[in-house]
Design a protein around this ligand. Structure first.
Ligand code: AMP
Length: 172
């Protein structure tokens, strides 16, 4: 874990003033750190019968794909509006200024699925809460929520549904 931590770069005032951005590109580009992230994520979900990993655009695509591959699940992208080509469902959610929208293909999840929702960082939890609602509306058997990094000072867990099991590899 210390090895991964030492490869996460802190960028002050990105994307706007006052934000300390946790940059995982420096961990992803390091072969050993990437391997450890993939291994540690997969150990959390290996025996849970997971059939689909939903990765949130765009930084959630990286860890989400690796996790899906490692545990033998399929990968589903949750994307910004207008990016997915076929029939989609959407969820609108509040951001600091205005609203945002997240979409997935309507046929991406079925009631037989056991799903892990994955994103790189849990900040306020707004994005993940919207993704959860979206996936929940497709009635899978179970939904887990997973992050590589959790920023505990922002208390994002409070915005996530109580019945969801949430795990994070690294908590700051
Ligand atoms: P949230 O506030 O939890 O909805 O975060 C929205 C998205 O922004 C997440 O998908 C994160 O990838 C990203 N994000 C928010 N805050 C940070 C941060 N301090 N460092 C890195 N990524 C962040």
């Amino acid at each position: 874990m210390e090895y991964i931590k030492s490869h996460i770069r802190d960028v002050q005032d990105f994307p706007s003033k006052g934000i300390l951005f946790k940059d995982l590109t420096t961990a992803f580009k390091d072969p050993r750190a990437l391997h450890i992230i993939g291994w540690d994520l997969s150990q959390m979900y290996r025996d849970k019968g997971v059939t689909k990993v939903v990765g949130i655009e765009s930084r959630g695509f990286i860890g989400g794909s690796i996790l899906a591959y490692e545990i033998g699940a399929g990968f589903v992208p949750a994307r910004k509006p207008g990016k997915l080509p076929a029939d989609t469902i959407r969820e609108e959610y509040a951001k600091e200024y205005g609203t945002d929208v997240i979409e997935i293909h309507r046929d991406a999840i079925t009631p037989d699925d056991i799903v892990v929702l994955h994103d790189d960082v849990l900040a306020t939890g707004g994005t993940m809460a919207a993704a959860y609602k979206l996936v929940k509306s497709l009635n899978p058997k179970k939904i887990y929520i997973n992050f590589i990094i959790e920023l505990s000072a922002l208390n994002g867990r409070a915005n996530l549904p109580e019945d969801a099991e949430v795990t994070s590899l690294i908590v700051y």
